[in-house]
Design a protein around this ligand. Structure first.
Ligand code: NAP
Length: 302
């Protein structure tokens, strides 16, 4: 099964990167796009994002074989409800939301009989957002998690093939497991970055000048992550509450253990802990999941 027409609903970082990756892959599918604001639609037209930019979601999904919901998680349900009566029988609806259980609960009930629903989540992104932030290589060698529901095997496999053509590796996963994994590798780390930047901002003893001037020492990475889109991340925590709280609880326990080691001068505990975490970092580099890192090539060769 290959798609003759693909509709992108929401034209931000994720959808625009999908469009450029489709073009890079030489896909012949006609791509229609829709974003809620006329400003974003105008930008999309100006930069040639999508073959057709439509003024309504209903128009964009007309006759589409694949419909991609690429809006914040909290908006998925309303968008699905609006497009549902206009979906072609046999079409596949997918999404790119960072949370899966909530999206399935919100979107699933609106999917008409005869239309497949195959939720997905590309594990790739940057701190930038909007139609001009996308680029063709965003998904290269990244994972796209596929969370099949009642869709046919054919529809699920077609979506996997599609994501592979965009450069991603695919893996199937259960929704609850997906949300827990993402809480560990993405959601709680973002919360910690937001918190650390907030702490530095509160700390009046360190002047703003110093925070900016000396930011190379770890803090700079936190500020980059903490620049991520507030709407997207608000929705992530509101909809992945259970798993986020679970991981935050564990994080707090570990933090207290390290705090205790510092207070009691327990160097062995600190050294062993940091040795273990260094190994985790090496594993990520060896798996090719941080190709931008300065130490990527060295670690890969070892
Ligand atoms: P983005 O660049 O901020 O773009 C979001 C798009 O959704 C825009 O076109 C925006 O329209 C539209 N939108 C926002 N609020 C809406 C609403 N209430 N109703 C209808 N449309 C709305 O976001 P993104 O980074 O592409 O993220 C899109 C999805 O991908 C999210 O579900 C996110 O969880 C997921 N995701 C993001 C990342 C990442 O790192 N960024 C990674 C993986 C998955 P206007 O421009 O007209 O406002």
């Amino acid at each position: 099964m290959s798609y003759g027409k693909v509709a992108l609903i929401g034209l931000g970082l994720i959808a625009s990167s999908m469009y450029w990756a489709m073009k890079r892959a030489g896909m012949t599918a006609h791509v229609s796009g829709y974003a809620r604001s006329s400003e974003t639609r105008e930008t999309a037209r100006r930069i040639g994002l999508c073959d057709t930019v439509c003024d309504s979601a209903e128009e964009a999904v007309k006759d589409a074989d694949l419909i991609v919901l690429a809006v914040p998680v909290g908006a998925m349900g309303a968008v699905a409800e609006a497009i549902a009566p206009h979906l072609k029988p046999g079409a596949t609806v997918t999404d790119v939301g960072s949370v899966k259980k909530a999206v399935i609960d919100e979107v699933g009930p609106h999917i008409p009989e005869g239309v497949h629903f195959v939720p997905a989540h590309p594990m790739a992104g940057t701190e930038h957002s909007g139609p001009e932030s996308g680029f063709a290589s965003l998904y290269d060698n990244r994972w796209c998690l596929i969370v099949p529901q009642d869709a046919s095997e054919e529809a699920t496999a077609a979506l996997e093939t599609y994501w592979q053509a965009l450069g991603a590796n695919t893996q199937r996963m259960e929704p609850a497991h997906h949300d827990l994994v993402c809480a560990v590798v993405s959601h709680v780390p973002h919360l910690i970055a937001y918190t650390m930047v907030g702490v530095a901002d509160d700390l009046r003893r360190v002047s703003d000048q110093e925070v900016i001037k000396f930011s190379a020492a770890g803090f700079r990475d936190f500020t980059r992550i903490a620049a991520s889109d507030p709407t997207m991340w608000r929705d992530v925590f509101l909809t992945n509450k259970e798993a986020s709280l679970e991981i935050l609880g564990r994080f707090t326990e570990e933090l207290f253990a390290l705090q205790r080691a510092i207070r009691t001068g327990d160097g062995d505990t600190l050294f062993d802990y940091f040795t273990h975490t260094r190994e985790i970092r090496r594993g990520i580099l060896q798996a090719g999941q941080d190709t931008d890192a300065p130490d990527f090539g060295r670690i890969r060769k070892e």
